[in-house]
Design a protein. Structure first.
Lengths: 445, 209
């Protein structure tokens, strides 16, 4: 029982059949006060003199007087009506609450909304960010051993716990509000939702709020004023990137599947055919070292030709001047390949350089009858080498280039999100240590 | 449905529910207790306090697809303010309660439990309790003071009647109320509902709303 009611056994006389909007004079300054919350209102704060009046008291007792140096004008005036989520509400009360962190005051505003059938809701505003709040009828489950909370299938991460004091009041409230009254507020976020626990000596209440764009409010309450700009990132502000991501990831997946499909088609269509192979020997002593291979046939659409060569090089090299020549036209592709392989031990560590094999790719060679001209050069007295010619070998270059291009997007996306989360958590009890540290790692306390 | 005449003023008094044992005469506010054939006048019912409740007697609604009518009401004072328990008569003849305060609505039913709940003095806030195979957590323990009643009610009430009451919350929107004014205590199980879910009609009208 509250201490004010001493008439326990004799219920107070029934109030006169009250008109729905009641007006009376402020007992502090005589200014007219309007009661919009009907019989639900318990106290009303006068905008002119700062008196807080208990209107459940027959004599309109003043329960508090607060002096504020500045008069705060609510961004949505008392008495404004608007439809939110299809439900009509009227602004009947306004208060500000302040927390002090490391000597700095942070103040936010709360607007009490009323509908005689649906009860109360709140709008809260901080730095141009707005949330629409409702008291919960359930107690969220605290996760054992962590600072997270479960509610309606969402996991909410602890954001901040602080003592909030009422620093400004105007209009009506369903309890006896007093400037200076303090309660502990703990916030848990799962954007765009935020769960708040308020603990006072008398009770613990939980409320759930959803981030709401100010534009929606300005339209709902038909405000002509300009919308104050948003500053910083709010604890429950949804990242635009987050809300877009399922679509974007879907698109990303489609692109990935597309290039994979193209690659599979390439693989299936590739002939990968060995058209010529032979082994040769180089002797420094021989005068005429150039050779010409027998003619071989390249068939199909214009596609690549891969020449793989191997040589018995051991701390030596061989240089092959090669030409793939079309027998009919005499046109050729000239190219040179060096095969060198060196190895040894240096200060107890073995090293090697080069390789005894090589691969050269000639793209887009049309079909026809071809032969190879080979002119070897080397310092060693003799080197054995072999040459294989493949037609239409599958190529992975396109695939990896496309994949690389496709990866730029998720990496950029990840970085943008990380930056957003870093700024979100910077004002919490759990700031991220660096831009690269992972969010949940800072919540294990 | 049974009708009788008020022994005090002669006005017609209706008992819509067979479970109702008490009715308050609409006309002269006499509190009438039903015996086999006649009505006993146990005195005038206290005036109810004007509150902002949108409900009133004869309002109607739906709960889980069953239509109900509001036939009675008990007005209570808790620490914070006023609370109404509206007595509902469902079309399937069940009686139920619609608790209502400050735009919060909760429907509950008197439920038989095989094991009586622990005594009031042994309960602590935050304690867990199983009722009818459901787990509940004690949210608060207070004393509810009856201001008065109207319409018909399934038990005798009078002003000044004070009941120790435990409020418990369960999973999802479920809740339980244990009324320790009787022995064994009365257990009410129910759930919180949204205003729109009840599809109420015949409500009080408020100017401008």
């Amino acid at each position: 029982m509250d201490g004010e009611t001493d008439t326990v056994n004799t219920p107070p006389l029934e109030a006169p059949a009250a008109p729905e909007i009641q007006t009376f004079q402020c007992p502090g300054c005589g200014a007219p006060l309007t009661v919009r919350g009907m019989q639900q209102t318990q106290s009303i704060a006068c905008g002119s003199c700062g008196s807080v009046v208990d209107i459940t008291d027959e004599n309109f007792r003043i329960i508090d007087t607060f002096q504020s140096k500045v008069k705060v004008q609510p961004l949505i005036p008392l008495g404004s009506r608007g439809k939110l989520r299809g439900e009509l509400f009227e602004v009947i009360g306004f208060l500000q609450r302040t927390i002090t962190v490391e000597g700095v005051d942070y103040t936010w505003s709360e607007y009490l909304l009323f509908n005689p059938y649906k009860g109360f809701r709140w709008l809260s505003e901080y730095n141009g960010h707005w949330s629409y709040t409702k008291t919960t009828t359930q107690i969220p489950n605290r996760k054992a051993g962590s600072a997270a909370v479960n509610y309606l299938g969402h996991t909410f991460l602890h954001f901040q716990t602080a003592d909030a004091r009422v620093s400004y009041v105007l209009g009506e409230f369903y309890w006896r509000v007093q400037v200076g009254e303090v309660c502990e507020v703990a916030d848990f976020v799962s954007p765009p939702l935020i769960l708040s626990m308020e603990r006072s000596e008398a009770e613990v209440t939980w409320s759930i709020a959803e981030y709401i764009e100010p534009k929606i409010l300005w339209e709902a309450f038909q405000l002509k004023t300009s919308i104050p700009p948003k500053v910083g990132i709010a604890p429950n502000q949804p990242s635009k990137l987050v809300s877009l991501s399922p679509q974007l990831w879907k698109r990303w997946g489609i692109f990935f599947l597309a290039i994979l499909l193209v690659q599979v088609i390439f693989l299936l269509m590739s002939a990968n055919q060995l058209v010529f192979q032979d082994a040769f020997a180089f002797h420094l002593a021989e005068k005429e070292r150039a050779r010409v291979t027998p003619v071989f046939e390249l068939t199909g659409r214009p596609s690549n030709v891969v020449i793989r060569s191997k040589a018995t090089v051991d701390n030596s090299w061989i240089y092959l001047s090669l030409a793939l020549i079309n027998e009919e036209t005499g046109n050729g592709y000239d190219f040179g390949r060096e095969i060198s392989y060196y190895h040894g031990r240096d200060g107890g560590e073995s090293w090697s350089e080069g390789s005894s094999s090589d691969e050269a790719v000639l793209p887009s060679v049309p079909a026809g009858r071809y032969y190879l001209r080979i002119e070897p050069e080397a310092e060693a007295s003799s080197v054995n080498y072999s040459i294989q010619v493949y037609r239409d070998v599958p190529n992975w270059t396109f695939f990896f280039l496309a994949l690389g291009g496709l990866l730029i997007f998720p990496i950029f996306y990840w970085w943008r999100r990380r930056t957003f989360e870093y700024h979100r958590w910077s004002e919490s009890d759990h700031p991220m240590r660096s831009l690269s540290s992972y969010v949940s790692s800072s919540h294990e306390d | 449905m049974r009708t009788a005449n008020c022994p005090s003023c002669g006005a017609k008094v209706t008992f819509q529910s067979a479970a109702s044992v008490l009715a308050v005469c609409d006309y002269c506010k006499s509190t009438l207790v039903r015996h086999d054939l006649d009505l006993e006048n146990i005195g005038k019912m206290a005036e109810l306090q004007t509150d902002g409740s949108p409900l009133q007697l004869h309002a109607e609604g739906d709960y889980r697809h069953v239509h109900f009518a509001v036939v009675g009401r008990i007005q209570l004072r808790y620490g914070q303010g006023l609370w109404n328990e509206w007595y509902l008569l469902f079309d399937d003849m069940r009686g139920g309660w619609l608790g209502e305060a400050q735009g919060t609505y909760a429907v509950s039913f008197l439920t038989e439990v095989s094991q009586p709940p622990p005594p009031f003095e042994e309960l602590r806030a935050g304690q867990r309790l199983a009722l009818k195979d459901q787990v509940f957590e004690v949210r608060d323990l207070q004393s509810a003071l009856c201001i008065g009643g109207e319409g018909e009610l399934p038990f005798r009430v009078g002003p000044g009647y004070e009941a120790p009451v435990a409020d418990l919350l369960g999973e999802e929107n479920r809740f339980a109320t244990i009324d320790y004014s009787e022995l064994p205590p009365l257990v009410f199980l129910g759930e919180y509902v949204e205003f729109d879910q009840l599809r109420l009609s015949g409500l009080r009208e408020f100017d401008g709303w």
